[in-house]
Design a protein around this ligand. Structure first.
Ligand code: ZN
Length: 235
């Protein structure tokens, strides 16, 4: 089996440099099984090649056949339900919510629950844990391989190219924000803040109040940097 450079890092250490691995398998094993047995979740692969021809993951490769594994084609569509993040990606969840994306994240969801919810709620499961993506029950998933919330955010935006709507969602719960009049939030915002800002909003799910402050400038700067650094959208 050979893997493109983008995926070679997922192979066992001894096979990484050449991106080539012999995978002994039972006669009835499917292509998908063989690829996952090499440590590469199917969420990370494009169209598999079996002896040079495109083949689906349910194909049973004959003994001695050559399998080539290309990376997933970017950009990928986001499933209708949006994103679902594992417990370790709280900072990334916050970043994606700041940009207005539909993100489900809770600090106590276990792996089995997350895997099931990716299908039940039609959400793409983002995780740095490839063992989680190797679970059969994961329907949509993406491996987050970058370190640090900023690099992870860049990678997710590059992989999915979702439509952004900055400052339209609550970073705490992911709920949608609605505009709120200054008079309405008077008792909930420090007086200095109320004098300095004219635009307020409230989360329709948890009632938290937001105002346009320093962090909206940081988002605009981030988006400008990202737009400058990313290749033009194809397709
Ligand atoms: Zn909220």
């Amino acid at each position: 089996m050979t893997a493109d450079a983008a995926l070679a890092g997922l192979l066992p250490r001894r096979a990484r440099r050449e991106g080539r691995l012999e995978v002994p398998h039972e006669a009835h094993a499917t292509l998908g099984h063989v690829v996952q047995a090499a440590g590469i979740p199917l969420t990370e692969v494009g169209t598999l090649l079996l002896d040079g021809s495109a083949a689906g993951p349910a194909t049973r490769p004959p003994d001695g056949s050559a399998v080539h594994v290309p990376p997933v084609v970017r950009p990928q569509p986001v499933p209708a339900g949006g994103f679902l993040l594992d417990v370790h990606l709280g900072s990334l969840a916050r970043g994606l919510r700041l940009l207005g994306l539909d993100v489900s994240w809770s600090p106590d969801a276990d792996d089995a629950t997350l895997a099931a919810r990716s299908g039940d709620e039609d959400r793409v499961l983002l995780t740095a844990d490839r063992g989680l993506l190797l679970r059969r029950s994961v329907r949509h998933g993406a491996l987050v391989r970058a370190a640090g919330a900023d690099a992870q955010l860049q990678d997710v935006l590059d992989r999915f190219r979702p439509e952004l709507a900055p400052l339209t969602r609550c970073t705490a719960c992911g709920g949608v924000l609605r505009p709120a009049a200054p008079g309405e939030v008077a008792g909930e915002v420090p007086e200095g803040t109320r004098r300095s800002y004219a635009e307020f909003s409230r989360c329709t799910a948890c009632s938290r109040v937001y105002w346009r402050g320093a962090h909206s400038r940081r988002i605009e700067e981030f988006l400008a940097r990202w737009a400058g650094a990313s290749p033009p959208r194809s397709g």
